[in-house]
Design a protein around this ligand. Structure first.
Ligand code: SF4
Length: 194
């Protein structure tokens, strides 16, 4: 095994997935980047489902993100809503049509097939290995990890189904804790993010 082999595997898997995403998106007149942004917004919490969140998560320019979001809104896949506390912030909510499109396109048919052919232990091992690779690459590239809220160091459980964010000082629901966040900080207990 070598670092070059790892690079080649990641590169080839990325190319194959990109081709599939392009084909899946084309059925709905969507470019891969538009599908990526829609997928992110469907997982993002209220601190992250903004144009800035999309920009940081996808590592794109503001201009590209702006065009992408306009296209999604024109197609009725997202809806804008102003923040209740700060009118300068706009939240981007995935519509019912957008969620249906995501259910029909992701995960890709090939990924589903690969997953079904792996034993449970292999699924866990592969997911953990890829997660570690992703977190390390994000750290080295200075990118935010966008981890899962329930594993964040600021997440405190108050009672059954009720949580509290110590960073934003706001209550969180059980559903909130299953979303990803741009303010996420790795919990030392967890060792890994999401
Ligand atoms: S607990 Fe962490 S991940 Fe959850 S909302 Fe607060 S900062 Fe974000």
């Amino acid at each position: 095994m070598s670092a070059l082999l790892l690079h080649e595997y990641i590169e080839r898997i990325s190319h194959l997935l990109r081709t599939e995403t392009r084909q899946a998106g084309a059925d709905y007149d969507l470019q891969p980047i538009q599908l990526d942004a829609l997928h992110f917004l469907n997982q993002a919490n209220r601190y992250s489902n903004t144009p800035l969140g999309v920009t940081e998560y996808l590592g794109l320019t503001k201009g590209t993100v702006s065009q992408t979001l306009m296209a999604l809104e024109r197609k009725g896949l997202i809806q804008k809503s102003p923040d209740k506390k700060d009118g300068r912030i706009v939240h981007l909510n995935v519509t019912k049509v957008g969620r249906k499109l995501l259910r029909e396109t992701l995960p890709s048919k090939t990924v589903l097939r690969v997953w079904s052919e792996l034993a449970e232990a292999e699924q866990i091992q592969l997911t953990e290995g890829l997660q570690k690779t992703l977190k390390t690459m994000q750290r080295l590239n200075g990118m935010k990890p966008f981890g899962l809220c329930r594993t964040c160091r600021y997440n405190r459980k108050k009672s059954e189904g009720k949580f509290f964010c110590e960073l934003t000082q706001e209550n969180l629901s059980q559903a909130d804790t299953e979303l990803i966040c741009r303010e996420y900080q790795l919990s030392e207990e967890m060792g890994m993010g999401s």
